[in-house]
Write a protein that binds this ligand. Structure first.
Ligand code: SF4
Ligand code: FES
Length: 238
């Protein structure tokens, strides 16, 4: 089938404003949007810039907006976003992060916010000689957010971040805050209140659920945030 791919382009060295460029090409419905972008770069315009690495939904490099929604280009098939000949696929860079060039954004602000929640285990006791023991149930409490691949799709989709009125750390950072706060090996909520109980922390989430809808790993981000909010409240009342 033949499709038209409309790509938002930006190269500050050549043109101060972003613009849209269209490419027409033959593809298979089972091609991935990443394959389409690679084909455009190899055969039509070698200056087209985007990030990719694993091409299998693992590294989180190629999150972008495809037909208005944050997706991984390597996990989106042409048939998911175009059905008949001459259908258009619109591709744009993620929101709320500065564009470096074309579809590549500077994720610095995403990672700066991520670091604010101390995204590593802070052991509550001296590590044992062998391994930490945890029951299956204890492990399940924080399983969901461990699947994060740091793609920033949730950050881009968040209306609280886009509005810019609150300095929210963002959905991925909040979900990781839950990941460590609910790990029985960690100091937990009591030892993390300084990072978690701030106006810019999980409290800033307004429950729009956009992050949960776009997360390519299916993480129940908003649910994790709400559970953490309740646990912080309970801890402060006890
Ligand atoms: S929580 Fe989901 S959408 Fe957000 S960075 Fe992690 S994998 Fe990407
Ligand atoms: S290229 Fe690694 S997730 Fe798509």
């Amino acid at each position: 089938m033949r499709i038209v791919v409309s790509i938002k382009r930006y190269n500050p060295e050549k043109k101060p404003q972003a613009y849209t460029q269209e490419f027409s090409l033959d593809v298979k419905p089972t091609d991935r949007v990443l394959d389409v972008l690679v084909s455009i770069k190899e055969n039509q315009d070698s200056s087209l810039t985007f990030r990719k690495s694993c091409a299998h939904g693992v590294c989180g490099s190629d999150a972008m907006i495809i037909n208005g929604q944050e997706r991984l280009a390597c996990k989106t098939l042409v048939k998911d976003v175009a059905q008949v000949d001459n259908d258009r696929i619109e591709v744009e860079p993620l929101r709320s992060m500065p564009i470096q060039r074309d579809l590549a954004v500077d994720q610095g602000v995403f990672f700066d916010n991520y670091r604010k929640i101390d995204p590593f285990l802070r052991p509550k006791e001296k590590p044992p000689k062998e391994e930490y023991r945890q029951s299956q149930k204890e492990r399940e409490q924080f399983e969901d957010p461990t699947k994060c691949i740091l793609c920033s799709a949730c950050y881009s989709s968040c209306p609280v971040i886009e509005a810019g009125e609150k300095k929210f750390v963002g959905p991925a950072a909040s979900a990781q805050a839950a990941r460590f706060a609910f790990d029985t090996r960690d100091v937990g909520i009591a030892g993390r209140l300084e990072e978690l109980d701030t106006p810019d922390g999980v409290a800033a989430c307004d429950n729009h659920f956009n992050c949960t809808k776009v997360c390519p790993r299916g993480i129940k981000i908003t649910k994790n945030i709400n559970t953490l909010k309740k646990s912080i409240k309970k801890h402060k009342e006890s």
